[in-house]
Write a protein that binds this ligand. Structure first.
Ligand code: HMH
Length: 224
């Protein structure tokens, strides 16, 4: 019974924190993309800042890969994370191309404080003191916020402008959805077996991700 109870820890957290989760995946910035009302200056700010975020996200994901290699009993984990790193390589190239389309000079962009705070949080999780289970759960959470957000902009009834669709497909596509599902399955499999201490830490850091994501959208929108 206990196995059954804890089989889907991540899902119980998403339910428990539904309101916070919705705030991250249905933010006014995303709703503005979906209904076409987003300011182009906001979109350009998001693009530039997210490029810097992704550059910092890569070493974090690399740290998750190292932990998977050391701690995981399933080769599948390394395969999924490695595919994630490969996708991030492609994503960085995409940002450079997209930035040209929007006349954003990436080399001139400085990270805003909210972005730096998020990147520092990621860096704190790169420590070898942080367990693989916690890291991979956080990795899933960061990816799924974008997946759910941008998929919403592609659903029936959305009025996403054509020039923003490429961005939405990057994270809102079915393929990215499957990848997030793989990460979620890994997180759930690991969380089933860990100590209460790791569970408590992971739950707390999951909430931090949701808060950082909301702040990141606020910053992009220019609400700060
Ligand atoms: C801020 N969160 C932020 N940027 C991203 N690119 C992702 C999540 C998903 O990759």
């Amino acid at each position: 019974m206990e196995g059954l109870d804890r089989a889907a820890v991540v899902d119980t957290w998403v339910k428990k924190y539904r309101r916070k989760y919705l705030r991250a995946i249905r933010h006014p910035f995303i709703l503005g993309i979906r209904d076409g009302s987003v300011e182009m200056s906001s979109f350009r700010r998001w693009l530039a800042q997210d490029y810097l975020f992704v550059r910092a996200f890569v070493p974090f994901v690399a740290s998750v890969l190292v932990k998977a290699w050391k701690e995981s009993d399933d080769n599948f984990d390394v395969d999924v994370i490695l595919a994630g790193i490969a996708a991030l390589n492609e994503e960085i190239a995409w940002f450079k191309k997209e930035a040209m389309k929007w006349n954003v000079i990436l080399d001139d962009v400085e990270a805003e404080k909210i972005n730096l705070d998020y990147c520092n949080f990621l860096e704190s999780l790169m420590s070898s003191e942080v367990s693989y289970t916690q890291s991979v759960t956080i990795f899933w959470a960061i990816e799924v916020v974008y997946q759910e957000s941008f998929a919403h902009c592609l659903e029936d009834g959305s009025k996403t402008p054509d020039e923003l669709k490429d961005t939405c497909h990057r994270w809102g596509s079915e393929g990215f959805g499957h990848y997030c599902q793989d990460l979620k399955n890994i997180a759930n499999r690991r969380l089933e077996k860990v100590s209460d201490d790791v569970l408590v830490k992971t739950e707390a850091s999951l909430l931090c991700v949701l808060e950082h994501e909301v702040e990141f959208w606020n910053m992009s929108r220019g609400a700060n």
